[in-house]
Design a protein around this ligand. Structure first.
Ligand code: C5P
Length: 406
C-alpha cells in the first residue's frame, strides 16, 4: 500500500467523552497522525475513567487538555485557542450525555465549552456516537441527535453490532479506520453533489463447469477507487462488482455479480436512473456456450474437449445506445497501441470519454497511469496510486458534466 498522507496539514481536535469506545480513540489518534494530521486531544472527566491522558499524549505527541481551568495558555482560554486552531473538531466517542449537553448548549466542561465556542462557519463538528442500543434508540437521544444535526454537527454512525454490555444493536462507535475514511472524505471537494453515478468493476467469471471458468486478472481496485472518490465527492454511487476481494467503499451501494450477463442484467435497468456510467469492469468477451453440469474429466487417449464460446453482451455500448443514456465513460486496458485502440474504442462504443491504461501495468497493482481520450484529444493523468487517480478523474468528470448540457 502507498503511504496515506491525505490529512497532511490538517489540525484535528479530537474530543473524548465517556464510554468504553474510548479505546478506539487511541487507534484513531494513531491513524490520524499516520495520515499526516496533527492531533490535539481534549478529554472529559468521564473519558479519563476509560483511558488515560498519558496514552493519548503519547499517541498524539501533544499534552492533552482536560480542564477549562488549565492555566497553560497565556490568555487562560483553552476553549477559544483550541477551537480557533482546528480544521475540525471530532468527538469520538460522543456519549449520550455529551450529545445531550451539545443539544442544549451546555458548557460546563472544556470539551462542551470548546464546541459551543467554535466558529460554526469555519470549524466543523463531527460526532461519533457510542452508547448502548437502548440509550441510542431512546426518544431523548434521538431528539438530541436531531437537534445537534440541525445545529450543524455531522454524525458519523453509529454502527450496528455487538456492544460492550453484551447486547446487539445500533450504537456501536465506527471503527478507527472507518472514522479516518469519513474524515478524509469530509475534506474532499464536493464536486458531484446531486449526481448519481453507476460503476462496473472487477472481472467477470464465465463458468466452463462447476469448478472452472474464463476470467481475467482485473482486481477491481481502479473501479472501487473511483466508486470511493465519487462518493467522497458527494455523489450517490451504485457499484456493480464482479468477483473481487475488496471491501465496499463507505456509503456506496454494491451489487455483486459473477458473469457478464448478470452484470448486463444488473446495469441496464439502473442506467437511465443515473447521470453518469463508468464502465471499469474487465468484462469477459466470450462465455462458454453452455456450462457443463459436472466437472469435465480428462479422458485417457481422447483429444481435449472443444470449448465452444459465444460473445457476451457489450454492457457499455448497450448503455450508450439507450435513449436517455447517462454520460458514459469507458475504460480501455490494452497491451499495445494504447491511444489508437482507445480512440477507435471511443467511436465504436459511442461514448464521449475513454480512459486508457496499460493492462499489464495496472491489473492487480495499487498504482496506475491514465490517459483520458475524448473527441478533442488526450489528457494524461501521470502514474499515481489508484485513489489519487480516481479523485483526479472525478474532478475532470465534474468539469465535463458542468460543460455538457444536461
Ligand atoms: O470492448 P472492450 O472490452 O475492449 O472495451 C472495454 C470497455 O468496454 C470497458 O469500459 C468495459 O467495461 C466495457 N465493456 C462492457 N461490456 C463488455 C465488454 C467491455 O461494458 N462486454
Amino acid at each position: 500500500m502507498t503511504e496515506r498522507t491525505e490529512l497532511a496539514g490538517r489540525h484535528i481536535v479530537l474530543g473524548l467523552s465517556g464510554g468504553v469506545a474510548c479505546y478506539k480513540a487511541a487507534e484513531l489518534t494513531r491513524r490520524l497522525v499516520k495520515a499526516g494530521a496533527t492531533v490535539q486531544v481534549v478529554m472529559t472527566a468521564a473519558a479519563e475513567q476509560f483511558i488515560t491522558p498519558v496514552t493519548m499524549q503519547a499517541l498524539s505527541d501533544r499534552a492533552v487538555f482536560t480542564s477549562q481551568w488549565d492555566a497553560r495558555a497565556p490568555n487562560n482560554m483553552a476553549h477559544i485557542n483550541l477551537s480557533r486552531a482546528a480544521d475540525a473538531i471530532v468527538v469520538a466517542p460522543a456519549s449520550a450525555d455529551f450529545i445531550a449537553k451539545l443539544a442544549r448548549g451546555a458548557a460546563d466542561d472544556l470539551l462542551s465549552l470548546m464546541c459551543l465556542a467554535r466558529p460554526i462557519e469555519r470549524c466543523p463538528l463531527l460526532l461519533a456516537p457510542a452508547m448502548n442500543r437502548e440509550m441510542w434508540a431512546h426518544p431523548a437521544t434521538q431528539r438530541n441527535a436531531a437537534q445537534v444535526r440541525a445545529d450543524g454537527a455531522l454524525l458519523l454512525g453509529p454502527a450496528s453490532g455487538d456492544q460492550a454490555c453484551g447486547e446487539v444493536g445500533d450504537g456501536r462507535m465506527l471503527e478507527a479506520e472507518e472514522l479516518l475514511d469519513e474524515l478524509i472524505a469530509f475534506f474532499q471537494p464536493k464536486l458531484l453533489v446531486g449526481q448519481r453515478v453507476l460503476i462496473t468493476a472487477g472481472p467477470t467469471f464465465e463458468p466452463v463447469d462447476p469448478v472452472r471458468g474464463i476470467t481475467n486478472l482485473s482486481s477491481g481496485k481502479m473501479g472501487f477507487a473511483i466508486a470511493r472518490a465519487a462518493a467522497e465527492a458527494g455523489a450517490a454511487v451504485t457499484l456493480v462488482a464482479g468477483p473481487v476481494h475488496l471491501p465496499t467503499p463507505r456509503g456506496v451501494r454494491r451489487i455483486d455479480v459473477t458473469t457478464a450477463q448478470q452484470m448486463h442484467d444488473a446495469v441496464l435497468p439502473l442506467a437511465s436512473r443515473h447521470g453518469v456510467f463508468i464502465a471499469t469492469a474487465a468484462v469477459a468477451d466470450w462465455r462458454p456456450v453452455s456450462a457443463a453440469e459436472r466437472k469435465v474429466k480428462k479422458q485417457a487417449g481422447e483429444p481435449p474437449p472443444a470449448l465452444a464460446v459465444v460473445e457476451n453482451p457489450d454492457i457499455l455500448a448497450a448503455v450508450a445506445r439507450l435513449a436517455d443514456a447517462p454520460y458514459c465513460v469507458g475504460f480501455a486496458a490494452e497491451s499495445h497501441d494504447l491511444i489508437q485502440n482507445a480512440r477507435d474504442k471511443r467511436v465504436r462504443k459511442g461514448v464521449p470519454l475513454i480512459v486508457a491504461n496499460l493492462g499489464p501495468a495496472t491489473f492487480g497493482r495499487d498504482d496506475n497511469a491514465l490517459t483520458l481520450v475524448d473527441a478533442n484529444g488526450e489528457r494524461e493523468l501521470p502514474r499515481a496510486d489508484k485513489l489519487s487517480l480516481a479523485r483526479a478523474l472525478v474532478a475532470d468528470l465534474a468539469e465535463r458534466l458542468a460543460a455538457s448540457p444536461a
